[in-house]
Ligand binder design. Structure first.
Ligand code: NAD
Length: 505
């Protein structure tokens, strides 16, 4: 059993053992249900201290030239890459995701975003604009850092989320207080230490620990200027409501129930590969999962046959093994939640179960007998009004819906309050584009699923979010504009000059 030293609120450049709150909780390895680390939840005093440490560091960091900030961040990128496997093992332990995934996706895509923003600010990404208003006057607009910002993370991509938030935040000259999910907190201290080793001044990146109460305290704190949140829609509503009441900036990266539309000219193999990536990668715990798979009715037999065949390639096994591609659910609570959705699908929705169910996967190694493992599951012939079709399950549960016309599929795909992602698979690229044009979602794919490179701005429509992460637009979410009009005519324009008749008095 792997275990780590206790975790304490990290601020002013180090973990603060003394003064840290006395409430503790455990980080659990979901593959075995064994605890791996004791975390000391941050008390209000700890959070105040972390925010003060960020506020103290902000003036100097924000006035450090972007090129110098960039050098620090690039050193952190090099450290992240050098320690990729060590960090990936931590993520595997905390999330239960196979090492084959955490070592190729989680740390890599986080480091990529940090590198992207470091390079962007070093090459004019924070430049403002200026223009001549008239011969005697100029306007210039500068992009100014916001101040102390809060990052609140979900548990599914812990270090990636921490980097997707802290990279543009710090690049723009802000300081951050970051709260990882209480379910997967291990990465946070490693990241804080890497930033420090890279030369980030003390106080620019701080970590607080705990559950919703810690997040809520951060969100309301008067010094915090912005909250960047990743999590469920229901929590996001609370966080956005509370932040908006204090006129704070927000970025909200929330849940989805995304549609995959398979067109009738699509090779069935491709359609199935896409649908599987959209449902079983990360054991289905991906916000952009395409869990509503719309398939032409004419393709039913071949799609299901190919899907069942390819599901044999979902490999449960030693999470450190290079061929293992499926892990447990992240926590007991989440396991119970996903299982209850599957049970509901069978008992109440009466959807047709063609694979999986509420049991543990076959061939589960004996060391994982107590972990939170659930079979990959497929329901077919689903109807739009079923609960398993309408609500985000966030587990390895695919629902297949058959359609007769593309117009009908698009209409049904859009019939949701959520709008995170969507995708289409087909041969005729014009048809694919036309479907994408009509789908209501912020992140869309054609003939692929899930890739989210640093250069691509991503964010949800409708209840799935506010603002974007990554890409050039992602940086704009961490600055505020300051526009200045400079009059150079030599006289100050005024309406209070003496009138001629007043001069004669
Ligand atoms: P969650 O909403 O339960 O928790 C997210 C974070 O919010 C945690 O750190 C939690 O402690 C904190 N929190 C809880 N109550 C709070 C409050 N009142 N004020 C402030 N913070 C509070 O979400 P989760 O279960 O950890 O994550 C899964 C969800 O995240 C899914 O819905 C998934 O779709 C979504 N997600 C979205 C994206 C995206 O980019 N759109 C990415 C990953 C995950």
């Amino acid at each position: 059993m792997t275990s780590f030293p206790d975790r304490y609120t990290f601020h002013s450049g180090s973990p603060q053992r003394s003064g840290s709150g006395s409430n503790t909780f455990q980080s659990i390895d979901p593959s075995t249900a064994q605890p791996t680390c004791t975390i000391h939840a941050s008390s209000p005093q700890d959070i105040d201290a972390a925010i003060s440490s960020a506020a103290a560091a902000f003036p100097s960091w924000s006035s450090t030239p972007p090129i110098e900030r960039s050098r620090v961040l690039l050193r952190a990128v090099a450290l992240l890459r050098a320690r990729n496997d060590e960090l990936a093992r931590v993520e595997t332990l905390d999330t239960g995701k196979p090492f084959s995934e955490t070592s190729t996706v989680d740390v890599v895509t986080g480091a990529d975003v940090l590198e992207y923003y470091a390079n962007l600010i070093a090459s004019g990404g924070l430049n403002g604009e200026s223009f001549r208003l008239r011969d005697s006057a100029w306007v210039y607009t500068a992009k100014e850092a916001l101040g102390v910002c809060a990052g609140i993370g979900a548990w599914n991509y812990p270090i990636q989320i921490a980097l997707w938030k802290s990279a543009p935040c710090l690049a723009a000259g802000n300081a951050m207080v970051y709260k990882p999910s209480e379910v997967t907190p291990l990465h946070a201290q490693f990241l804080a230490e890497i930033y420090r080793e890279a030369g980030l001044p003390d106080g620019v990146f701080n970590v607080v620990y705990g559950a919703g109460d810690v997040g809520a305290y951060l969100t309301k704190h008067e010094i915090v200027q912005k909250v960047s949140f990743t999590g469920q829609v229901s929590t996001g509503k609370k966080v956005a409501g509370s932040a908006a009441g204090e006129m704070k900036y927000v970025t909200m990266e929330l849940g989805g129930k995304s549609p995959v539309i398979v067109l009738d000219d699509c090779k069935v193999e491709n359609a199935v590969d896409g649908a599987m990536m959209a449902n079983f990668f990360s054991t289905g715990q991906v916000c952009t999962n395409g869990t509503r798979v719309f398939v032409p009715r004419s393709m039913k037999a071949s799609f299901e046959k190919t899907l069942l065949k390819k599901m044999e390639y979902i490999r449960v096994g030693d999470l450190a093994g290079e061929n293992t591609n499926f892990g447990p659910l992240v926590s007991k609570a989440h396991y119970e939640k996903v299982k209850s959705y599957v049970q509901h699908g069978i008992d109440k929705d009466k959807a047709t179960l063609i694979k999986g169910g509420v049991g543990k996967p076959a061939n589960l190694p004996s060391q994982y007998a107590n972990g939170y493992w659930l079979e990959p599951t497929v329901f077919t012939d689903c109807k739009d009004n079923m609960k398993i079709v309408q609500e985000e399950i966030f587990g390895p549960v695919m629902t297949i819906l058959y359609y007769d016309t593309v117009d009908e599929a698009v209409k049904r795909a859009n019939k949701t309050e959520l709008g995170l992602a969507a995708g289409v698979f087909g041969k005729d690229i014009s048809k694919c584009h036309d479907v994408i044009r009509r789908l209501q979602a912020g992140i869309t794919w054609v003939n692929t699923w899930g890739e989210s490179p640093a250069e691509m701005s991503v964010g949800g429509w409708k209840l799935s979010g506010v603002g974007v992460e990554n890409g050039r637009k992602g940086l704009e979410n961490w600055v505020q504009n300051k526009s200045t009009l400079v009059e150079m005519g030599g006289e100050v324009p005024t309406v209070f000059a003496k009138l001629e008749k007043e001069s004669k008095l």
